[in-house]
Design a binder for this molecule. Sequence first.
Ligand code: NAD
Ligand code: 2YH
Length: 286
Amino acid sequence: MALLTPADLKNIKKTLEKNDKNIENLTGTSLRALCSNIYKTESKGEKIGIVPVTAGGGIIGSFSESLLHTVTHFGMNGFISKKTDVAGYYEAVTNGADIVLMADDCTYMAHNLRNNKISHNQICTGIVYSEILIRIRDEAFGKWYENPAEANTNDILAIGIGKVGRPALENMIRRGCNVYVYDSDPNVLNQISEEYDVIKYIPENTKIPRNGKITGNDKKFLKIFEATPNSNTIHESVLKKGAVVSTPGIPCGIERDTRKKYDVRVVQEPLGIGTMSMLYAVFDKR
Ligand code: NAD
Ligand code: 2YH
């Protein structure tokens, strides 16, 4: 399991603001409104207690601080417990936390102590990054495509179907998208394409042998979801001009030059977008 590092979180303030603007330009709603629409919930001034956890790899410099920055940036009320682990949890609850945010090496969760709802970072991250793609307004592609119908905006290429990619995939299928899937692990790719109504897709630059069953491999996309821990996963052969890449993957899967050459807009941020999705998943219904 890839752990976040302080370097990943170095520019979180700027990155979060930039991505919030990007999301608004693409979908017509802010990140907060988007999350509220996904879960049909709203924030009612809940107090959010953030508990640092020393288990496993230990405290990640600026992890708790980045969470506090995220919740305060979006107008919520949060605090970091002074103590860690069980003592920190006790401190957060006795200091009036309505929601506790905490993470070890394996799980990052939000637990609403008032309504008992609990959410998981990997699931909520997959959902919000896939929803961003689904909710892109046709006008966002207007500069490149006079007739949006010709742009096939219902087709999405999903790269990396692991713990984040799978809930994203399930969401995209539930929302009626045509999903093309690629994972560099052939076992994952085979299993996913047996389990779900998706189209197996092998990009041109990969080593996996193509066989007769694979279709549409020369297809290019305007919408790409990516959730892998590797760089350079989005080859130019899969891109249409003006494409949007929505990717929680760290590091970013698209090279700077490719991005420029194809006018690609990228939504990517290491922690805050997923955290907002987790919080709205546990808020009360509106
Ligand atoms: P995972 O290991 O469960 O899944 C990754 C999948 O990607 C695997 O199935 C793997 O076979 C596949 N893969 C690896 N390299 C590939 C390549 N070159 N091409 C295609 N497929 C490839 O990991 P995960 O928990 O799903 O996390 C994925 C990424 O998302 C990680 O980088 C993780 O740190 C990041 N993440 C980010 C956020 C956020 O808020 N930005 C939140 C959670 C996870
Ligand atoms: O980064 C992680 C894990 N990869 C799980 C998150 C799932 N995307 N955990 C963060 C650990 C934080 C640490 N225990 C702290 O500082 O409290």
